[in-house]
Structure formats: structure tokens, C-alpha cells
Design a protein around this ligand. Sequence first.
Ligand code: PLP
Length: 368
Amino acid sequence: MNIPFVNFSPMHDEISKEIEDKFKTIYKNNWFILGKEVESFEDEFSDYCGVKHCIGCGNGLDSLHLMLRAAGIGKGDEVIVPSNTYIATVLAISYVGAKPVLVEPNINTYNINPDLIEDSITSRTKAIMVVHLYGQVAQMDKIMKVAEKYNLMVFEDCAQAHGAKFKGKVVGTFGKASGYSFYPGKNLGALGDAGAVLTNDDDVCEKVRALRNYGSNKKYYNEYQGYNSRLDELQAGFLSVKLNYLDKWNEDRKKTANIYSKGMVNNEIEKVQVIEGSNPIWHIYPIRCKNRNGLQQYLKENGVNTLIHYPVPIHLQKAYENLGIKKGALPISEKIANEVLSLPIWYGMKPNEIEYVIDKVNKWNRKA
Ligand SMILES: *Cc1c(COP(=O)(O)O)cnc(C)c1O
């Protein structure tokens, strides 16, 4: 058996006719940037999440960058951010000239440890950037409490958490604004690059709308030195088709994750701890193993393809040498980088494929 890490076919086979029709409609309309399709998708996605505004952007990184700039985060500000995240979260903070202050995750949930946030707050701290990593939900009740106590803005990076919920509320709706990525491999993925900002704040909305389009809300009148980061009509149209299936696709991943979690009994493997009251969407299925590289090699030899999210923590990336954080300073993030492994999970995985992965993981040789 050969099990790819990800397989789009079951998802895309199901909607190929709808996608083709959508393409034909847009092609005939001859309108490709900021039109009806973008407006519809923005309405649909904000409805789905239960938030006032959605503003389509060119990609996830831009959505994070533009929302921070629109909210007035900038030079001299500090933004608290989990040290275990994809680099885009931190880059967005750097882009606006603010300083990312890395806070360690909980080793079992992989998300920011809310009990460590308070220690990192200074007189310059302006905001907390939450990440719902791996599709697992961050501890929003505790995080909002700290933010309120210190009067900090809360932003959410929801690039891996489309449709995930905390106590019945969809992520990306808790704070000032949130950023989404629709990179093809995300749970809600376009057929190319795409992203969006969600917010309940009218001013932030207005400003992101302008910033994504050269800083202009009226053609050829520029209020800000903005960017070109628009969601295009084709991607918006495809996303509208896919949004109708998101819950079904997430539900299927959840079923697979539950079978994995029940079936994997190898005591060399640590499974993720799902926080109480949360409904994660299993963007990836992470496990931890002391001999991770050995396990990955063994699985590969047995036809099970895995990836590592992520092999190098932010503070040890060359790009972030300037933070001056030495190796050993963020031991939990470093341990995760050394031990984490993502197992195959995608919509439409067959029962025998799921069982095969479980069987191989369970047979992983303890002494290897
Ligand atoms: C994918 C991702 C992003 C960036 O999204 P792009 O669309 O690739 O720019 C940001 N944050 C996290 C956590 C991501 O996984």
C-alpha cells in the first residue's frame, strides 16, 4: 500500500462539474478582479463564521499583515505570538514594524500556553496573536481574560482552522480581527493563492478593503500607501463552491482522527490533547515520538508518507536571528520541532487506508 500525505482527488472529483460550471460563468462574464464572485464569497464566509465583515485578500500572509496594519499595530509595539507556529504568523508582525514576542506552547495541545502570556507582557505590548495550529483550537476563554485584564487587542491566525469552534463559536470571531488562508492544502483551499480577513470592526474592515487595493476605496483616489493583494474572481468563485462542502469534509477528517486516536496504542507515541469545549478540524494529525526521524523513515519504507510541521522553530530560523533567542531558550518549541510528525489525513480516506496507517504505527519497533 502507498498512502500519500495528502490526496485532493476525493474532494475534487466530487465537485468537478460545479467547478467547471463556475469557471465557464466567470470566463463568459469577462470580469476577473473584485466583482460579484468576491462579494458573494465574502458574504457567504462571514455568514458561515458569524462575523460582520469578510474582506478577501491575495493570500493568508497578506490577510494577517493587512489586519495588523489596519488595526494600527506598528513600530514600537510588541505582539505576543506562539513560538510554535508557521513563520507567516510572525512575518506579518515584522512587516508592520512591531516586535514578535514568542511565547511557548503547551506540549500536549501545541497551541500557546495561556498561563505563560502574562509573564511576557510589557508596557509596549499591544496585542496577542493567537494561532489555532494544526486545526486545534487555542484556549480562547483564558486568552480573552488576559487580554481584557491588560487591555490588549486579540488577533487570530485561522489559516489552519476553517470552521473550528470553541464553545460553539467559530474561530476568528473572538478578537479585533482574524486572518484566513485558502492555500490549496488548507481545509478550505482555493485552486491557487487566496486569503481573507474577518472582523466585526467597521473601521478595520474599511481600511483592509482599501489596503488590499492600493490604499484606495475609490478608483484612482488613494488614501493610504496600500498593496495589491486582492482575491480574484476565479478563486472566490471556486471557494464559494467549496464552502458548501466544508462541514462535510471537516466531519470526515474528524472521523478519521477519532479512529486514529482510538487505534494507536503504541506507547512511544504521544497524541494531541483536544481542549475541552473545542471542535477541532484536524488540518493535520500530529503525533510525537522521541525517535521521530526513525519513525518517519520506517513509515516511508512501509508506504506511509508523512511531513513535519515544523522542523525548525521560529527562533532558530536564520531569518529571525535578529530576535537574539538562543538554542535551548524555548525548550518546548524545540522539543516539538524534534519530535512532531504529521500523519496522512484527508477527506475521503478509506477505512483500510486508515487501519493500515494505525497498524504500521502500532508495529513501530520500540527499540529502534
Ligand atoms: C498557511 C499558513 C499561513 C499563510 O498562508 P498563505 O496563504 O500561504 O500566505 C499563515 N499562518 C499559518 C498558521 C498557516 O498555516
